[in-house]
Design a protein around this ligand. Sequence first.
Ligand code: GLU
Length: 452
Amino acid sequence: MTLAGSIKVRFAPSPTGYLHIGNARSALLNHLFALQAGGRVLLRIDDTDRERSREHFRDAIIEDLAWLGVVPDEMADQSKRKDRHDAAVERLKAAGRLYPAYETPDELDRRRKRQLARGQPPIYDRAALGMSDADRAALEAAGRRPHWRFRLDGRSVGWNDLVRGPQTVDTASLSDPVLVREDGTFLYTLPSVVDDIELGITHVIRGEDHVTNTGVQIEIFEALGGPVPTFGHHNLLASTSGEAMSKRLGSLSLRGFRHDGYEPMTIASLAVLVGSSEDLRAYPTLAALAEHVDLAHVSTSTAMFDPHDFETLNARLLHDMPWAEAEPRLRAVGAGFDDAVAGPAFWLAVRQNLRLFSDAKLWFEVVSGDIIPAVEAEDRAFLDAARDVLPAEPWDDTTWSTWTERVKAATGRKGKALFMPLRRALTGLDHGPELKALLPLIGLRKTSARLS
Ligand code: GLU
């Protein structure tokens, strides 16, 4: 067991695309775990695949995490640690755990097919281990370069998973994994272990698609002299509309949500809470969210979310948001933001009617812009009468009832027949915030003009 305080987790994305909601789940489960334990977070950029890694994706990962409120305590780029990975390779070679193999993908494929035809599991047969020095020299002379495989112990590797409880992987049922390609570049498996050891990672929290890797990686941790971290494999996310959570799924990228005007805490809360027994709601801060997350309670079945939940949660977050928090966001929405109107009273009047911050623009228009009143011909005389009994300014939140009492007395109308034509004339719409709150914001001059 690690002592609290020395806990260190890492989130290790590959910079081959934009982060999506599924990546956010991994990043946040790490971040919140560290928050609960007083630990540190390393952001490790897994860029050993030079072909597919892009600098702009690296920048975007940092930016998108920051938007979520996840700012790492430390950063590491795997591509800058190649000498450390090379040194580990030499140690594994010296220990007889890494061996050269020369099969081409075609040869391996043919062998697999033969095994399957015979009803055997398609596991690498370790033919390369039986080669003599002369065999190897001949291949090298013919220009063949080896890839390097890790010789598994072929045993039951066990660990106590933070999410899934006791786990075992039988490495006898796996092929010896290739750790280094023909061209000398690394696959993900080894650099990850080397970095976890050397950068002091105590807890590896990642998706359950890595469970089998963990069996292999624990053998590598031990071959390199450990220490073996504690593992936790969380379930993956899937939308009820069926899209898989792949890195290429742009529509549910964090950028996409940000661009569409969602609150980061809506996305963070949903990414973490979906599929748990916790009430699905957007918490105002990561610290508040952390109080509702426990890895031991994360389910082992796929966490399904309904894409509509994003909107529902976002709306609920805005409905409770205090003015102080809303103000900078309202300014960011821009479009003629006017201090004289868009103050606390405006916010309290409209927040119940917003799904996204950008919806505030509509109500800002209603309050201070030039909307087109919706007026039915049959209401013309009624609206004229209503205008004639408008109270004098200053207006406050009692003005609406004072006015409508007068209108009722003057016209005999009541209920919907009274309120709806007024709402449609004043806002151009037949739904929206309480008129009692909107009326003083619209003011006498505009109200009178809209009734005419
Ligand atoms: N780069 C790996 C991935 O994105 C990291 C896996 C891990 O957390 O070890 O799947």
